[in-house]
Design a protein around this ligand. Structure first.
Ligand SMILES: [Zn+2]
Length: 286
């Protein structure tokens, strides 16, 4: 290591130690936390983030709600990619960041855990009562009759109807979507609802879709009872999460955010730690 590199490494270690101290103090000072997590906590479980350090889009734009509902060709494309992208998401395991928040929950320090992630990893880590703001990828609903199916069952239906379509790749995206090369999506067979032959949709909020009112209401109640907000691994670019930070700031409730890079709410956040949220949570929460 050259001298400048050594100095930089030393500075990074000191920054990490300062961040660990700051997070530890924040958790000690506020008895009941409203915790909001985003893609940054799941990257450590192999589920990549949509946005880069500046909050811009990485790669292709994800599917839009209206296009999915209105166009069979979009549903063919979505389910073809999802069939390939689901197995690695289904296999993903909670990481040290999820485990740290589970410890905090068991210790009775979390008023409410709200996540923008659709992977179910907080629940898998042991957090109870998680508010899944954008739904869950392991569930599928019928848009016509409301029947709910497990994503595992729908995977069997997809494979049965499209035996030659099973691809595997590392290029997964947070919604379980996957990059496939030049493929003929028109040949893909989309299974219908087994009850009413209606349209099946993963039970997640696509871009352009709305978070269900009861889910938002639960989150608002949690925020109203909390003493402080802790944001972990979210750039808060999406309104569904940003609004809680905005409301907290409006009411003088402290907000700490642990995130790599810029967030949309940097001017509202009282304590900003530009750092890896998984490593920091794991170190700071005993
Ligand atoms: Zn149905």
């Amino acid at each position: 290591m050259s001298l400048p590199d050594e100095l930089a490494a030393g500075a990074n270690d000191r920054a990490r130690a300062d961040h660990v101290d700051a997070l530890r103090r924040y958790v000690a000072d506020h008895r009941r936390l409203f915790v909001l997590t985003g893609a940054g906590i799941s990257t450590g479980s192999g589920i990549p983030d949509y946005r880069d350090r500046d909050g811009g889009w990485k790669g292709a734009t994800p599917i839009q709600h209206q296009a999915f509902v209105a166009q069979l060709s979009m549903r063919k494309r979505y389910w073809a990619r999802s069939m390939a992208g689901w197995p690695p998401v289904a296999r993903a395991k909670p990481n040290a960041g999820h485990a740290a928040l589970a410890r905090l929950g068991v210790a009775g320090r979390i008023e409410m855990l709200v996540t923008q992630n659709v992977d179910g990893l907080h629940e898998a880590a042991g957090n109870a009562g998680v508010v899944d703001l954008h739904g869950r990828l392991d569930r599928v609903i019928c848009l016509d009759c409301g029947t709910r199916l497990s994503r595992h069952r729908v995977q069997d239906m997809l494979i049965e109807a499209n035996s030659t379509w099973l691809h595997d790749s590392d290029a997964i995206r947070p919604d379980g979507d996957i990059e496939l090369g030049e493929v003929d999506y028109e040949r893909f067979v989309v299974p219908d609802c087994p009850v009413c032959r209606g349209i099946l949709k993963p039970d997640v909020v696509f871009f352009g879709g709305a978070v269900p009112r009861p889910v938002v209401a639960r989150a608002w109640n949690g925020l109203a009872s909390a003493h402080a907000v802790l944001v972990a691994g979210s750039s808060l670019m999406v309104w569904s999460g940003y609004r809680f930070v905005r409301e907290a700031a409006r009411n003088g409730v402290p907000v700490m955010a642990v995130n790599h890079g810029r967030t949309r709410a940097d001017d509202l956040i009282t304590h900003k730690l530009d750092d890896d949220c998984v490593a920091l949570l794991a170190e700071a929460i005993d």
